[in-house]
Ligand binder design. Structure first.
Ligand code: GLN
Length: 187
């Protein structure tokens, strides 16, 4: 199994380190020719969704990645990556718009936007959750499975081949969210 990590901007290196720890082969997508390599899944990291959206188009990565996601490529978006996948974005512009949910950008406010907590993920044990100027999901469509909530707000969800978290599992050492994603890829 090989996982590609979008590496235009933001916290992509940490995802690579987590995949290395799991022994999962991975490489970075920085430009169009990287799409020529074969991969079974994609990670969209945290960072700045507006900048990533702009670079995706400038580097001519947008159409091909969107098509692959629509066709069922397993994809995992963290934080800004969640915003990139959302069909609707409050205080921002949709990018891939493949996931039937509404993301509220900078939902926790600029000053209080970064915090750490523990929360139940996918009905199992608690996982550490680090939020950095994070969005939350303000609306989820019927076909979207809610995987985690914090203070009454949805912070992780799945729709078929697409998984999103508003928090950054790559910044903690817990592997549960990655293992969940690996199970999605193997199916
Ligand atoms: N606030 C950022 C955005 O709107 C997301 C922050 C993050 O990815 N840590 O894109």
């Amino acid at each position: 199994m090989t996982v590609a990590i979008l590496a235009l901007q933001g916290a992509f290196a940490e995802h690579g380190q987590m995949l290395d720890r799991l022994g999962v082969e991975n490489f970075e997508i920085r430009q169009k020719r990287d799409l020529g390599r074969s991969f079974d899944a994609l990670i969209l990291p945290g960072g700045e969704s507006t900048v990533m959206g702009k670079l995706l188009r400038e580097l001519d990565l947008f159409d091909e990645l969107r098509e692959r996601i629509e066709k069922g490529l397993p994809v995992f978006g963290t934080c800004a990556g969640l915003i990139l996948l959302a069909k609707d974005v409050e205080q921002g512009t949709p990018c891939f718009a493949t996931m039937n949910l509404c993301a509220r950008r900078n939902a926790y406010g600029r000053q209080l936007g970064s915090f750490h907590t523990d929360g139940v993920f996918a009905g199992d044990e608690k996982v550490p959750m680090t939020f950095i100027r994070a969005p939350y999901i303000s609306k989820a469509g019927e076909d979207v499975e809610i995987l985690a909530e914090v203070d009454g707000h949805i912070v992780a969800a799945r729709q078929g081949n697409q998984l999103v978290t508003a928090f950054h599992p790559e910044l903690d050492s817990d592997m549960q969210v990655y293992k969940y994603f690996m199970a999605m890829i193997e199916k």
